[in-house]
Design a protein around this ligand. Structure first.
Ligand SMILES: [Fe+2]
Length: 239
């Protein structure tokens, strides 16, 4: 092999490796970057107008590009003041929230929760939605009686959450499904449960289109819930 050919080959391998690293970073957006301790805003997995008319494009653009981006930025400010947290995933940090240094604990709770919650939220939505199947569908029937009953339970949890918060479908320590709600940006991870579906009931998630009609937003969002993606989360958490 000539020197020129070898140099070209090495260059191409380096480019390919950089591409693979970029793809990996995209696949694991909620994890801290190796060594840097900085979290990044994951790209939306669809266009901002993909979920119209259930979720309008302006709400989606501001929700992701301003609100979620602000959580990421403030989380990074907090992590910069707590070197012991660098390199840990956000899930690991939230599961051990009481170990976070007190000086930054409230900020990590709010902004780290905001980052993790929204990162999950974008991935359980999809144009046209998708139906649950297999062992996940059976688990829904066993726990709630039917998918419609589960939807009602999630709606009730969202409607009765006073102020800002989330409605959740979680897998508990006993591997069973359960519905709950949380205030602010608190995550079920802080209580030892694994959220597999989160529905944002902050006004910023719906006010531009639905104003005070949270019930209409909650009815519409079930048109775009990707139950297939939720099922994959279930397999990971319960398997
Ligand atoms: Fe939100």
């Amino acid at each position: 092999m000539s020197d020129m050919t070898r140099r070209e080959l090495v260059g191409r391998v380096a480019v390919a490796a950089a591409g693979a690293a970029t793809a990996l970073a995209g696949a694991a957006p909620a994890r801290a970057e190796a060594g840097g301790g900085a979290f990044t805003l994951p790209a939306l997995p669809y266009a901002e107008d993909a979920l119209e008319p259930s979720i309008d494009a302006m709400t989606m653009g501001i929700h992701h590009g301003k609100h979620h981006a602000a959580y990421v930025s403030k989380l990074n400010d907090a992590i910069a003041q707590a070197p012991s947290l660098k390199g840990r995933s956000i899930e690991e940090i939230l599961r051990n929230i009481n170990d976070v240094p007190e000086a930054v604990r409230a900020s990590v709770r709010n902004n780290g929760g905001g980052h993790a919650n929204h990162t999950l939220f974008w991935t359980v939505l999809k144009k046209g939605g998708a139906q649950p199947a297999g062992s996940f569908a059976k688990a829904i029937d066993a726990a709630f009686g039917s998918l419609d009953a589960l939807k009602k339970s999630l709606t009730d949890a969202g409607m009765t959450r006073f102020g800002s918060g989330w409605s959740w479908l979680c897998v508990g320590g006993d591997k069973k499904l359960g519905v709950e709600s949380s205030p602010n940006q608190d995550s079920p991870l802080m209580e030892g449960r694994t959220p597999i579906l989160g529905i944002d009931v902050w006004e910023h998630a719906y006010y531009l289109k639905y104003q005070n009609r949270r019930n209409e937003y909650l009815a519409a969002i079930f048109n775009v819930i990707d139950w297939e993606a939720v099922g994959k989360n279930y397999e990971k958490a319960a398997g």
